[in-house]
Design a binder for this molecule. Structure first.
Ligand code: MG
Length: 264
């Protein structure tokens, strides 16, 4: 057996669970990888929930996970502010409570909706916001045109629901703000590599010793390939074998597996 220590980075929805149901073998595979000394990390683009809420969700499925093993696009945005020496600065949030929790925990001053009118805004962060409206768009527009930096947690077009149903994703809010300002955002989440590189930095892992395991070609596999990781597409989520086998370039996974069991 190869005894080299690796970092396994798992997408969550479609890979570790689907809705409230854990995926086949997820629990045993994670336990085995950990017992072999590999690092395990979970990385979701979902910016609407805090890391703590994922800890609770995984725990309920019998997958106990320390909070520092979870990366979300909101948490990565908080890390970005820390790296930029922007702690304490003012952020206008177009996003949900989980985003605010991560940014506030990092020491940012977070403004929401029409609070603190007239405040000077340094950054506008945009992610999934199921209460998005015209007034928020107008305020984000004004802040960015006045010089605030535009940060997108992710650009997911859709938000997958149970039984294959879809709702609009955070990318729709990002597109509205982009259209209103003609400004391109700095994108933190998949398929951009900022957050993935943060995982490598935190686990002190080189890209080639990391393995991105995901169910989506245009986010999970793309980010892994861009970062120089090994990429594994698991067929328990949104991608069919045909789609995976015909993917080209950076969308093409190194391996395709039916279930997580094949990782061992
Ligand atoms: Mg997924």
């Amino acid at each position: 057996m190869n005894t080299e220590k690796l970092t396994y980075v798992f997408d969550l929805d479609g890979v570790i669970y689907r809705g409230l149901e854990p995926q086949p073998h997820a629990k045993e595979v994670l336990a085995t990888l950990r017992s072999r000394g590999h690092a395990v990390r979970f990385y979701t683009n979902n910016a609407a929930k805090s890391r703590q809420s994922y800890v609770s969700k995984l725990e309920k499925m019998g997958i106990p996970t320390p909070i520092d093993e979870i990366m979300t696009s909101s948490y990565a945005t908080a890390l970005y502010f820390i790296e930029q020496n922007a702690v304490g600065k003012t952020v206008y949030r177009v996003g949900e409570k989980g985003m605010a929790e991560e940014l506030e925990a990092a020491g940012m001053h977070v403004i929401y909706d029409q609070d603190e009118p007239g405040a000077k805004i340094d950054f506008v962060t945009v992610g999934l916001d199921r209460d998005f409206n015209y007034r928020k768009l107008a305020r984000a527009q004004k802040a960015i045109l006045d010089g605030a930096k535009f940060i997108a947690t992710n650009e997911d077009a859709t938000f997958p629901m149970e039984a294959g149903a879809l709702l609009p994703g955070g990318g729709c809010m990002v597109a509205a703000v982009r259209t209103a300002t003609s400004v391109e955002p700095f994108v933190v989440g998949k398929p951009e590599i900022y957050a993935y590189n943060k995982i490598l930095e935190l686990t002190k892992c080189t890209p080639d010793r990391s393995i991105m395991v995901g169910d989506r070609l245009d986010t999970d596999i793309m980010v892994g390939n861009r970062a120089g990781a090994q990429t594994v597409l698991v067929l328990t989520g949104v991608t069919s074998r045909d789609e995976a086998e015909s993917a080209m370039g950076k969308l093409s996974p190194d391996r395709i597996i039916e279930t997580l069991e094949e990782l061992l």
